[in-house]
Design a binder for this molecule. Structure first.
Ligand code: AHG
Ligand code: MN
Ligand code: MN
Ligand code: MN
Length: 332
């Protein structure tokens, strides 16, 4: 109706975070500040993404990252922007990133938190104007405050995340996150430079009718994966694959569906990275009433052993992931 179109946009991310903060009187507010720093980094990256075609930051950077992928210029730009925002913010004492081999020390040894990021997700879609994203995962550090952070701060396990989320640079830019009390989504208003609350309580439908995977790998998929996908097709489900995990996950979160990136003979642990792709999205999925597994185990229970570790991922609507799990367990 006309009213809905004319109605003002409402509560900003800043105000929302502040309001939530006042509900936890004993919390120091540092996590709130960290979320605001991340939103700021998101705005900066959003600006770069929007004008990438105009300022010669599309295309390859000419380097490989630690996983042997060709870095795109925007991967590098987003990484720098994000690290800078977190360094300036002061709440994070260390960062790990897809684009940096080792733990990044921010110099803020009194910061209570560590952050794992995929600065730019969906690299292959940058140059073709298709949705891309940023994924983040936050832990309270395990090492003593005031001392140098250590690798173990990042290897606490998915259930220890205190917050996680993503920024989606899509037909509109959104920030979606959880602090373990459900999932909230904010939409960016370009002309005002603010995120506004648009999705106060995101829940993923228990059952969906979308499957998302790279079907080009069909002949490399395990039998159980092919059986499950076959079942989806017999039911007339839609295949939807953007090729940016954040965007595929976001669509399925809103509409219901399953995203699959299984192990392949050429990539026995799959492609996606546990700490800054699988864990944060699994945290969001569970908080939204969905499920995320590596085949036999909940993603959040997978024990981390290294910073850039990979994991197979099946994530989305509860009933769909459970059916995939059933097929998996029959075969394994
Ligand atoms: P990134 O761009 O951060 O390296 O992540 C790429 C990931 C993910 O975004 C996407 O879903 C997947 O790679 C696509 O892989 P395929 O091209 O093998 O389907
Ligand atoms: Mn990459
Ligand atoms: Mn990624
Ligand atoms: Mn990336």
């Amino acid at each position: 109706n006309e009213n809905a179109i004319a109605s003002p946009v409402g509560i900003t991310l800043d105000r929302y975070i502040k309001r939530k903060q006042s509900e936890f009187p004993f919390a120091s507010g540092e996590l709130s500040q960290l979320l605001r720093d991340i939103a700021l980094a998101g705005k900066i990256i959003n600006r770069e993404v929007n004008r990438a075609g105009l300022i010669d930051i599309t295309g390859a950077f000419g380097n490989q990252n630690v996983q042997g992928e060709q870095q795109q210029k925007l991967d590098v730009v987003a990484n720098i922007r994000f690290i800078r925002a977190l360094k300036n913010g002061g709440e994070a004492c260390a960062i790990i990133s897809e684009e940096t081999d080792e733990v990044i020390l921010t110099g803020n040894e009194h910061g209570k938190y560590v952050v794992a990021i995929d600065p730019l997700d969906g690299s292959s879609n940058i140059d073709v104007n298709v949705s891309i994203g940023t994924i983040f995962s936050i832990y309270r550090r395990a090492s003593p405050i005031g001392e140098a952070p250590i690798m173990e701060d990042f290897l606490q396990g998915g259930r220890k995340q205190v917050a996680a989320g993503y920024i989606l640079y899509g037909s509109s830019t959104m920030m979606v996150y959880t602090t373990g009390h459900g999932v909230v989504g904010f939409t960016y208003e370009n002309s005002l430079g603010e995120f506004f609350l648009s999705h106060p309580d995101l829940k993923i439908p228990k059952q969906g009718s979308i499957f998302s995977c790279n079907e080009g790998y069909w002949y490399q998929y395990a039998e159980c994966v092919r059986l499950y996908l076959d079942q989806c097709k017999r039911q007339g489900y839609s295949g939807r694959y953007i090729g940016s995990l954040v965007a595929d996950f976001h669509r399925n979160l809103l509409k219901g569906g399953i995203y699959l990136y299984p192990a392949l003979p050429t990539q026995p642990e799959g492609k996606l990275r546990l700490l800054y792709e699988c864990y944060p999205l699994a945290f969001l999925a569970e908080q939204a009433g969905g499920r995320a597994i590596n085949g036999s185990q909940a993603i959040l229970d997978v024990i981390p052993t290294s910073l850039h570790q990979r994991s197979p991922l099946f994530i989305g609507s509860d009933a769909m992931v459970k059916e995939m799990e059933r097929q998996y367990l029959m075969e394994n």
